[in-house]
Design a protein around this ligand. Sequence first.
Ligand SMILES: N[C@@H](CCC(=O)N[C@@H](CS)C(=O)NCC(=O)O)C(=O)O
Length: 241
Amino acid sequence: MIQLYQFPISHYCEKVRWALDFKGVEYQTINLLPGFHIKKIKQANPKSSVPVLIDGEETLQNSADIITYLDTKYPQNTLTPVNSEEKQQALDWERYLDENLGVPVRLCCYHILLEHPKIVIPFLTHKGPWYGKFLLKFAFPKLQQKMRYFMHINEENFHKSKAKIHEVVDKINERLSNGKFLVENNFSRADLTAAALLAPFKMPKGYGLELPKNLPNDLQNLFSEFEEKIDWVEKTYQNFR
Ligand SMILES: N[C@@H](CCC(=O)N[C@@H](CS)C(=O)NCC(=O)O)C(=O)O
């Protein structure tokens, strides 16, 4: 059976879970602990990032490459348009969103959440090994420092990232004002990517995580700032996830 090495909280991993579910391909998730994942992932991959998908002899890293692989090996319910021009448009949207939406959404969420260990530790250890919560509670000060350092998470970049998300969302909304989908008349990997990478701001049901009742005000404010502009995220989840 296909194995997906992942963090349940990661929106890049959500892209791949969604693609597998959409295609009806069975898989098993292996949930890793952030920080402790590096050794395991680097054994067989150039980078330490998840998602990593193992299918028999094949090991793939990077959500876009994984979706391309899945559409080739399991062509049912394709997410990549067949027409070559539309295919290129979908791939261009996906690359643009992976780089310009996924990273700033993550930065904004972690900038706030890393100051709230009681909320972020359950997220980071969700469905992971039983000892995850204890280990991360102990390792949290170091993990927090490393995450801020390696992902350049700070106040200045929080504001820059928020502005970037507005720019990208405006671009998506402009495109959606002319039709239901980012590429022509069909749901594709471009729409999946846009909705999955914004899922942390909406926590739609299919994403698999729930927010606690008492959200920190700054996180609530962040979500409210985008709420009306991204109502299509929930609709995309309802219709296609
Ligand atoms: N472009 C990559 C980005 C993946 C990514 O940034 N994954 C993060 C989790 S959201 C990660 O694994 N970070 C830890 C690391 O790189 O070691 C993809 O699309 O798969």
